[in-house]
Design a protein around this ligand. Structure first.
Ligand SMILES: [Fe+2]
Length: 291
């Protein structure tokens, strides 16, 4: 370590039996959630305590297949370089041709926004290179609209969040993340200190660290002093206020899941996307809920 390096500390990623036990304790079958009141209450309470739950088989296979087929065509179109059709129905934010800037503009846009962050051969690619982040993917076509709405199960999730947080949460933004060999992911952080949840519906199986699973430190969303300790360190070392740079001694879980499973997470908690293998592919539908 050089004298200027900042001593950031990552949590321990649980593995093997410890990981499967921890994940099992926060997992529920989506079918049970909607048919059994007690499961619904337990899931809401678990989300409150742990900051994260996994809802297995939230979206049926045919729906996922149909979305993936539409997304595959979209990717081909993006990569073909013939963008006339896409440019007429979405904002195309390509590496050397940015039409919109910043999260708020993307979120408030009246059409889909396709953000393409490519890898640059000179290494100056910046964060999340290799990722295509599409805002409002449901506005790209009628079939995507139908299938994405069906996948996200918004009214069920809103009822669950109401019970879990005692707050009426609104859908603020839908995204489609297409990660292709994303290696420089942001380390553990929270998305601010206000109440915010995200649901992630996996469109592809994420079964190993190489696939780039979502990682989370259970219960960290409730640990105020942990956040303050991190914020103090960050301030002294010129890091952003929401980085979880000091997680020594904490344990994190990697959310391995099958296509169709949904992860529901409190974004106040410490989380990150695990770096992928250069050849790995991951597709996830994301929904952001805020008051
Ligand atoms: Fe985040």
């Amino acid at each position: 370590m050089t004298s200027t390096a900042i001593a950031t500390a990552r949590p321990t990623l649980l593995e093997g039996k410890a990981l499967s036990q921890e994940v099992e304790s926060i997992s529920f079958r989506f079918g049970d959630l909607i048919s059994n009141r007690r499961t619904f209450l337990t899931a809401a309470w678990t989300l409150r305590r742990q900051g994260i739950i996994c809802l297995r088989e939230a979206a049926p296979a045919d729906l996922i297949a149909s979305i993936n087929s539409d997304v595959g065509q979209l990717l081909e179109e993006i990569e073909s370089g013939e963008h006339a059709r896409l440019a007429s129905l979405a904002y195309l934010n390509l590496p050397d041709q940015r039409v919109l800037k910043g999260y708020n503009q993307f979120r408030d846009a009246d059409r889909s926004v396709i953000n393409y962050r490519v890898k640059r051969p000179d290494g100056r690619s910046g964060s999340d290179a290799g990722m295509i982040d599409i805002f409002h993917p449901e506005r790209l076509s009628d079939s995507l609209n139908r299938n994405i709405q069906a996948c996200l199960q918004e009214s069920v999730i809103q009822r669950l969040l109401l019970l879990s947080s005692f707050n009426r949460m609104r859908v603020k933004c839908r995204n489609l993340y297409l990660n292709r060999g994303v290696q420089d992911t942001r380390s553990y952080h929270c998305d601010g200190r206000s109440l915010k949840f995200k649901s992630f519906v996996y469109l592809s199986d994420v079964q190993s660290l190489a696939d780039g699973p979502y990682c989370f430190v259970p219960r960290s969303q409730r640990r105020r002093r942990l956040w303050w300790r991190n914020a103090r360190f960050n301030k002294q070392n010129g890091l952003g206020p929401f980085e979880f740079s000091q997680l020594q001694g904490a344990e994190a879980i990697a959310l391995f899941a099958k296509a169709g499973d949904m992860v529901l997470s409190s974004q106040r908690g410490a989380h990150c996307g695990h770096p992928q293998h250069p050849q790995a592919r991951r597709a996830v539908l994301v929904n952001m809920f805020q008051r």
